[in-house]
Ligand binder design. Structure first.
Ligand SMILES: [Zn+2]
Ligand SMILES: [Zn+2]
Length: 104
C-alpha cells in the first residue's frame, strides 16, 4: 500500500521523497534520470523492487528501478499483469541489473 512511486517532473530531487536521506536521494535522482528500463521511454517513476510484497517497509532506496507510468502502474505494467515485462522475459532482478548497468 505504501506507494513509493515518486513523481519526477521538475527535477528537484530535494523536494521529493520526504524522509529520505540526502545520500539516498542523490542515488535515486540518478536513477530517475534514466529512461524506462523496460521500454526506454523518458519520464519515469521509481519502483522499489519487492514493493507491495510485504517488504515495503524494509525496501532499500538502492533497490529502485526507473519505470515509465505505463510499465509501472499501467494495466500491463509491473503493478498490473506484468505483460510488458513478460514480453521481454524480464523479472524484477533483471530490471535491477539493467538499472545498475545503466548507471556505470
Ligand atoms: Zn516503460
Ligand atoms: Zn512500483
Amino acid at each position: 500500500m505504501s506507494s513509493m512511486a515518486a513523481r519526477i517532473g521538475g527535477g528537484n530531487v530535494n523536494s521529493a521523497w520526504p524522509g529520505v536521506s540526502s545520500r539516498d536521494k542523490r542515488y535515486m535522482g540518478r536513477v530517475a534520470e534514466l529512461p524506462c528500463v523496460v521500454c526506454g521511454v523518458h519520464g519515469v517513476q521509481l519502483h522499489h523492487v519487492r514493493e507491495g510484497q510485504g517488504m515495503a517497509q524494509r525496501a532499500s532506496n538502492y533497490l529502485v528501478v526507473p519505470l515509465c507510468p505505463d510499465c509501472h502502474t499501467g494495466p500491463n505494467g509491473i503493478h498490473g499483469d506484468k505483460s510488458l515485462m513478460r514480453i521481454q522475459k524480464l523479472d524484477e532482478m533483471d530490471l535491477l541489473a539493467k538499472t545498475i548497468e545503466a548507471l556505470q
